[in-house]
Design a protein around this ligand. Structure first.
Ligand code: NAD
Length: 479
């Protein structure tokens, strides 16, 4: 099946008729073609968004809310089809797509459909000056949304839903590696009653299609999730045009385990926070630091649990670890395992490719645990973004805090302890946008989400996202 662009409410071929191959990572086979959209396609998408803007921005918030909730319900109705498509495109276990990715995409639309009805503007009376100020929250116009491959529909809709709720029209590009569910979303939007041109989806490479979006002088805001290098490039391109930017970038998150934690809960959650989605979640706790007094016990128990994970075809019910997203990504992750050995790391388990019967060309890798000799080695500093974690012991709170913060990233941190004072001290001092204590990846969509340092600029989630997708205009009236 060929994937097509969705522009002005219609599915269309790319103008230059250039196509890319789309791979099924679980079998290594090409299974569809996708447009490699050019500047001209992006211009068409922009024009369509621009002509829809006047009407959409004036649509009542009840109406916008109703349409977004319709989209949410249609995603729920089509859960099976979307989960299968996501799993086929990305290699993730279908059980995960069905329980996490697609339900969350539906929640994104429901949440922002509701949130917009509560998004109030402020007013300030200037007492003693006979004046009143009020703040208008106006949609920006045409905005760009660019998303990565690891949580395809989940992150694509995390941007689109608030952008639309706030009254903007959108030119959006999913990752060229996982375009399928974004393609299917077009049909749902038509059925939900979204007016044509309000959402336009263009497919293609970052360097062609993505570049055309970020360079477009009249796309005034870009919400981007992806790699830190790409984020820096976007910031550079966007700066002379003074575009508003939200950049959600890479991570190398510490998972800090103290001896006083609830051990079984920590152990089970740590397996998940290390290897969920083949370790391809920006929030995965890929650096595990364990208090020395329980280090040897943890090491043995953790390795036993990791060895028991089943690497298999994404469609099989008992598969824990599916396929990595692409051949180049598999090669990148494997290269880090070689680097770990060169740096005197010890591979405690995993490290090898897996052949799944019947799918011999799929991109499967064993979940891998590396004991590292120090925290400064490359595998402990650079984002691997695969089923690979490092572990090492620590002795004191100060020591682990220093190691946790001594990376260029600052997305999330996880802390396992029952000591309240320690929790308060460390949560304050960890350099991260999100700190989880005695849990991982528990998300409440009202809360701010984002990173510090090389993990990004800006916050998404709740009213933060609606603030990003609006311009605040203050009006001061003297009476
Ligand atoms: P990537 O940066 O290669 O690509 C992300 C998106 O940007 C894709 O759609 C790509 O086509 C596009 N792109 C690439 N070059 C572009 C350019 N010059 N102009 C415009 N768009 C361009 O990232 P990826 O490999 O798809 O995703 C993995 C990365 O995403 C990891 O670093 C991961 O940590 C990060 N990530 C971050 C979060 C977060 O919330 N902070 C969430 C998920 C993933």
């Amino acid at each position: 099946m060929n994937i097509l662009n969705f522009i002005n409410g219609k599915f269309v071929n790319p103008i230059n008729n250039e196509w890319l191959e789309n791979y099924n990572p679980s079998s290594g086979e090409v299974y569809s073609q996708i447009p490699n959209s050019s500047k001209e396609d992006v211009e068409e998408a922009y024009k369509s968004a621009k002509s829809a803007f006047m009407q959409w921005s004036q649509t009542t918030f009840e109406e916008r809310s109703r349409i977004l909730i319709n989209i949410s319900e249609l995603l729920e109705t089509n859960l099976q089809q979307f989960a299968e498509a996501e799993s086929l495109d990305n290699g993730k276990p279908i059980s995960l797509a069905k329980s996490v990715d697609i339900p969350r995409a539906a929640s994104n639309f429901r949440f922002f459909g509701n949130a917009i009805t509560q998004f109030a503007s402020e007013s300030h009376e200037s007492v003693g000056q006979n004046a009143i100020n009020y703040t208008l929250r106006q949609p920006i116009g045409v905005v760009g949304c660019i998303s990565p491959w690891n949580l395809p529909l989940y992150l694509f809709t995390w941007k689109i839903a608030p952008a639309l709720a706030a009254g903007n029209c959108v030119v959006a590009k999913p990752s060229e590696v996982t375009p399928m569910t974004a393609f299917l979303l077009g049909e749902i939007c038509i059925e939900a009653g979204l007016p044509k041109g309000v959402l336009n989806i263009v497919h293609g490479l970052g360097t062609t299609t993505g570049q055309a979006i970020i360079e477009h002088p009249d796309i005034k805001a870009i919400s981007f999730t992806g790699g830190t290098g790409t984020g820096a490039h976007i910031a550079k391109v966007a700066a002379p045009m003074f575009k508003k930017l939200s950049l959600e970038l890479g991570g190398k998150n510490p998972n800090i385990i103290f001896a006083d934690c609830d051990y079984e809960d920590m152990l089970n959650t740590t397996v998940r926070s290390s290897f969920a989605n083949q370790g391809q979640i920006c929030l995965c706790g890929s650096r595990i630091f364990v208090e020395a007094s329980i280090y040897e016990k943890f090491k043995a128990d953790f390795v036993d649990k990791v060895k028991a994970l089943k690497v298999g075809h994404p469609s099989e019910k008992d598969t824990n670890i599916g396929a990595l997203v692409s051949k180049p990504h598999l090669e990148k992750v494997k290269a880090y395992i070689t680097i770990a050995k060169e740096e005197n790391g010890t591979i405690l388990c995993g490290g090898n490719e897996v052949t799944v019967q019947g799918y011999e060309n799929g991109y499967y890798l064993e979940p891998t645990v590396i004991e590292v000799p120090n925290d400064e080695c490359r595998v402990n500093q650079e984002e691997i973004f695969g089923p690979v974690v490092t572990i090492m012991p620590f002795n004191t709170e100060d020591e682990v805090l220093q190691m946790a913060n001594k990376v260029k990233y600052g997305l999330s941190a996880t802390l396992w302890t029952n000591d309240l004072k320690r929790t308060m001290r460390l949560s304050n001092q960890l350099q991260a946008g999100i700190v989880w204590v005695n849990t991982w990846m528990m998300r409440d969509l009202r809360t701010p989400f984002g990173g510090v340092k090389a993990s990004g600029v800006g916050r998404e989630g709740g009213f933060e996202a609606l603030r990003f997708f609006t311009e605040a205009k203050n009006v001061c009236i003297k009476y």
